[in-house]
Design a protein around this ligand. Structure first.
Ligand code: LLP
Length: 417
């Protein structure tokens, strides 16, 4: 459920016509809905009911300060993967005791920054990383609270690039080696080994892989308990999918109903790291049709947004629904590729898509673009990154200015020689 709807054939973001935003901000532009974000976060958070929990929003999905700030105000913590994301989360007002830090390649400077900020927990992925964290914490005279990220060897039925729970992937500790690694970790002076972390992938639309991996985690907790190693935090990761096209993912309530019997009564705090399910359907990318081109019996709608603005179709063959911002009755339908201005054949937003016959100059909305949209955008082909707008009720604000050509070359210089 989101608040991008037609009213008299015109697409609105909450109570604001998309056309009005475009007339002030231009295209391409990402538009987010406050009410949708609020609704999604509350639905997810409240699904935990009485379970002691903390929802840490996965900053990588959408790292705009305004969005982090609004989620933080609703009680969210942050799941970060870099010093840059830590900087953003803190700037957005998220308290460090609600921040967890994952990723296989944390650097010294990032560890120091997170230790100084006193974040809640590091999710550690390998023994060399843990030893290094122990050393860095020792140098700062502090103790790092740590969860081992375990790899449960569970297949999640999703795109291979975003499936992480299989043994062959770079992520986590092989669950079969976990007991010995926990025992070793206990001997490190500057490490408080307090949790278990598991994240099996993204855009998962069934509950069974989550349940199966948590059953393995709970089994591990029991074994650790028998060894006298007490666990205080179980971080169940993110990964719950959304509807892009016709997927029917479990709702947060259904998700919790399925996993509650497994995680209840453990006497631990449950941490969860949703990204896409909070922000995916709370954002759209609006682009303008530049030219309509017909070639070899094929139609191309050439638009002003490219793979640098939204890379998901190119990278994962991801489907994003495409809607006209102004619907017109009775127009013929065509089959077309929607392509951007980038010099690569992989630069498309849709392929062989049946669409209403768009004309040049018309506005097009690329739906479900709130997660991993702007966050994965780049300056490829020296294209300034686009503006981001947040709508709340009948008002809207630019939450990120469109970049300028000067922004593009900031920091570059030509050597005197
Ligand atoms: N926690 C960890 C450790 C993760 O690696 C991720 C996502 C999340 C949480 C959040 O997952 P979510 O709830 O959003 O599924 N760029 C890809 C998705 C990459 C996901 C990477 N990790 C895409 O556009 O589909």
């Amino acid at each position: 459920m989101n608040y991008f709807q037609y009213n008299h054939n015109e697409l609105y973001a909450e109570e604001v016509p998309v056309r009005e935003i475009v007339s002030q901000v231009g295209t391409p532009v990402y538009i987010y809905s406050y009410k949708t974000l609020e609704r999604h976060f509350k639905a997810y958070d409240s699904a935990f009911g009485k379970i002691d929990h903390l929802v840490c929003f996965a900053v990588k999905a959408n790292s705009n300060l305004a969005i982090l700030n609004l989620l933080g105000k609703l009680g969210a913590g942050a799941d970060i993967v870099s010093g840059g994301e830590l900087h953003r989360a803190l700037k957005a007002g998220i308290s460090p005791e609600k921040i967890v830090y994952a990723g296989v390649g944390k650097m010294r400077s990032e560890m120091e920054m997170a230790l100084r900020a006193k974040i809640l927990m590091f999710n550690v992925e390998s023994w060399p990383e843990l030893e290094f964290l122990n050393q860095v914490a020792g140098e700062l005279g502090v103790k790092a609270t740590v969860a081992w990220r375990v790899n449960p060897d569970i297949a999640a039925d999703t795109h291979p690039y975003i499936s992480t729970g299989l043994r062959r992937e770079k992520f986590g500790l092989d669950i079969h080696q976990a007991i010995s690694e926990y025992k070793k970790a206990r001997r490190l002076k500057n490490i408080d080994i307090a949790g278990i972390h598991v994240h099996i992938g993204s855009q998962i639309t069934q509950v069974s892989p989550f349940v199966d991996s948590l059953i393995k985690v709970i089994d591990l907790i029991r074994k650790l308990d028998a060894e006298g190693i007490g666990i205080r935090f179980v971080d169940i990761g993110g990964g719950l999918g959304i509807t892009y096209r016709d997927e029917v993912p479990p709702s947060p309530q259904e998700f919790l109903q399925a996993i509650s019997p497994v995680i209840e009564g453990l006497g631990v705090k449950i941490i969860s790291e949703p990204g896409r399910v909070i922000v995916g359907n709370a954002g759209i990318l609006v682009t303008q049709v530049l030219y309509v081109k017909r070639k070899d019996n094929k139609n191309f709608l050439i638009v002003d947004a490219g793979m640098n603005d939204l890379i998901r179709p190119s990278l994962y063959k991801a489907y994003h629904e495409i809607l006209p911002v102004c619907k017109r009755e009775e127009r013929p339908r065509i089959v077309a590729d929607v392509v951007g201005p980038i010099c690569e054949s992989g630069d498309f937003l849709a392929r062989d898509r049946e669409l209403p016959e768009f004309v040049a100059g018309e506005l097009m909305s690329v739906m479900s673009a709130g997660a991993y949209g702007f966050a994965m955008s780049s300056n490829y082909n020296s294209r300034p990154r686009v503006a981001e707008v947040l709508v709340r009720g009948d008002q809207f604000s630019i939450i990120r200015e469109r970049e300028t050509y000067e922004d593009l070359i900031r920091g570059e210089s030509i050597p005197a020689w």
